[in-house]
Design a protein around this ligand. Structure first.
Ligand code: 16G
Ligand code: ZN
Length: 542
């Protein structure tokens, strides 16, 4: 490692002294103007990770659903997965090292992680449409080149497309071709094959309105449009030509405000969906004839997809196990429906895609979704091989079911949640089952719920267990929550420190909206009092 060159180039991407950032749930994320040094250093780190794993590593420059002024960066591991936890720590150390210490910290990491420095390194880079992203990805490239890593800059990509590229490259093209065209061809072919099996054509239903959050999703969906045109017509809104990224639109806005995005023309009973700023999240919704807004979130997406997969498994008569993974944010009705009506085992993990992804890998078929719309389906290698074999060997109806499962394997982006791929799976399932958006929505009724934020002096005073459903510290807080929950019917509440904002999040659900609001407020007050609240105490209705 040429540490003199590192030092020299690092000075061009100097760290503002005193700035401390953490590689959080989804990488580094903050105001774009504070990120130049982080980008350069993540370029360096990706080279080390690539040498250590002897594989291609990905770097994505994006801040997902955050405001346009923010940016962020995350590394993608060889199988298209999130960076391993021990390397998240290395990333944090490297990003926070003061300028003069940085080369030494870099060297320490390479020793600790037993990186063989003679090994070649290859890094692929993608970025979203933020005004700051191009320059920041150039800083990543500077970091990669100073350590003599090779790289390919894909330029504008959705986050899941970058994950896909990494996985393709590390599996010798077995998963697909590591090009945009390869991605579009793979998904569209699987979509067309799958929907061909539909008994009725249902043409009138094959159009969908998509809110692209004024982000990268618009560009990429537009590129893909003609590949799927025969099966689905998409009408794009918030395509970035006018509005600001994630401003009053996108999946995060729709989910947290429970209302339609601005800039979308909705008529009653029309199927609509929203992506987030880097197109790894999706939620659906519609207006009923009375103009009421209905949100169909990640929980209902998981329910639709897993019930479809379960039916196909029953059809082929194979005992492949299927499990659904959720977080504490999953609506209580969805968990009950999955367990009691669909008889599918449900598991709960901590918030953050990597936790769900990890758990889902334990099943032949693992369906995971966060309520906020992040999610996908994972097929184990053994399940995939079995299904492919059955698709050749079985006959008639059974063969058809096995073939459909095979198509789903190709259609779903198994590297990470992918709004485009999820959208196509959902559309295909609706077509195949002949379901309208209202019928899908009516599978179960969400319990009214409320999410609030509480400002505290140090959110780390709150620690949790049981997949964030129980508070351990500060003492007395869990008891207080238990007492409050007892006062309402069908109620549940939990609190956790946010991994992306300097606040504590509160979630409550109950039999009515009024009760959910009142419970959430009472729990917020308990947090404020017992966990060092700052500023004004939470007030009802805010
Ligand atoms: C990040 C996570 C998301 C999680 C959210 C929680 C990824 C790719 N993204 O956006 O899964 O739901 O953080 O944020 O892992 P919070 O900790 O602020 O509630
Ligand atoms: Zn995102």
């Amino acid at each position: 490692m040429d540490l003199d060159a590192v030092k020299e180039h690092s000075a061009l991407h100097a760290k503002p002294s005193g700035l401390v950032l953490q590689y959080g749930t989804a990488g580094f994320r903050t105001k774009a103007e504070h990120l130049d040094h982080v980008m350069f250093r993540m370029g360096l780190l990706a080279v080390l990770r690539s040498k250590q794993t002897k594989s291609t590593i990905g770097i994505m420059v994006t801040a997902s659903h955050n405001p346009e002024e923010d940016n962020g960066v995350k590394l993608v591991d060889p199988l298209g997965e999130m960076l391993a936890p021990s390397w998240e720590e290395h990333a944090t150390c490297l990003a926070n090292a003061e300028e003069q210490d940085m080369p030494r910290v870099l060297l320490d990491i390479s020793v600790k992680a037993a990186v063989s420095l003679q090994q070649d390194a290859f890094v692929v880079i993608g970025r979203d449409t933020r005004p700051s992203s191009e320059k920041l990805s150039q800083s990543v490239i500077d970091g990669v080149t100073v350590l003599k890593g090779q790289f390919h800059d894909y330029g504008l990509l959705t986050t899941p497309q970058l994950h896909y590229m990494v996985y393709c490259r590390n599996t010798g093209g077995q998963y697909g071709k590591a090009t945009l065209e390869g991605y579009y061809e793979k998904l569209s072919k699987a979509f067309m094959e799958l929907t061909k099996q539909a008994s009725c054509s249902g043409d009138e239903n094959r159009s969908l309105k998509v809110d692209c959050a004024n982000g990268i999703g618009a560009l990429k969906l537009r590129e893909m449009e003609h590949y799927i045109a025969q099966g689905l017509s998409v009408q794009l809104f918030n395509d970035g030509t006018k509005g600001k990224l994630n401003h009053l639109c996108g999946a995060d806005f729709v989910k947290s405000h429970q209302k339609p995005p601005h800039g979308m023309e909705m008529k009653s009973n029309e199927r609509c969906c929203s992506f987030d700023g880097d197109a790894d999240r999706i939620v659906y919704y519609y207006l009923d004839v009375d103009g009421h807004f209905h949100l169909i979130d990640g929980d209902k997406i998981a329910t639709l997809i897993s019930s479809f997969l379960k039916e196909l498994l029953l059809e082929i008569g194979e005992s492949l196990n299927i499990g659904v993974v959720q977080t504490a944010y999953a609506n209580g009705s969805s968990t009950r429906y999955l367990e009691e009506v669909m008889k599918v085992p449900v598991y709960c993990t901590k918030t953050g895609v990597k936790h769900l992804h990890h758990k889902a890998q334990e099943f032949d078929i693992g369906v995971y979704f966060e309520a906020n719309g992040h999610g996908t389906v994972l097929f184990s290698k053994a399940a995939e091989t079995k299904i492919k074999q059955l698709a050749r060997e079985l006959e008639d109806k059974k063969r058809k079911a096995a073939k459909m499962l095979e198509n789903v394997i190709d259609l779903i982006n198994q590297t990470a949640g992918d709004a485009v791929s999820d959208m196509l799976v959902i559309e295909a399932v609706l077509i195949l089952k002949g379901l309208t958006v209202q019928q899908w929505d009516a599978l179960y009724r969400d319990l009214p719920n409320r999410q609030l934020k509480v400002k505290v002096a140090d959110r780390q005073v709150i620690s949790t267990t049981d997949a964030e459903r129980q508070v351990v510290t500060p003492p007395g807080l869990q008891e207080a929550i238990n007492d409050l929950v007892k006062k309402y019917k069908l109620s549940r509440a939990f609190v956790r420190p946010s991994g992306t904002e300097d606040i504590v999040r509160v979630y409550a659900e109950a039999d009515s909206q009024e009760n959910a609001d009142s419970l959430a407020h009472a729990v917020s007050l308990a947090v404020f009092q017992l966990a060092g609240g700052v500023g004004e105490a939470p007030q009802l209705g805010l």
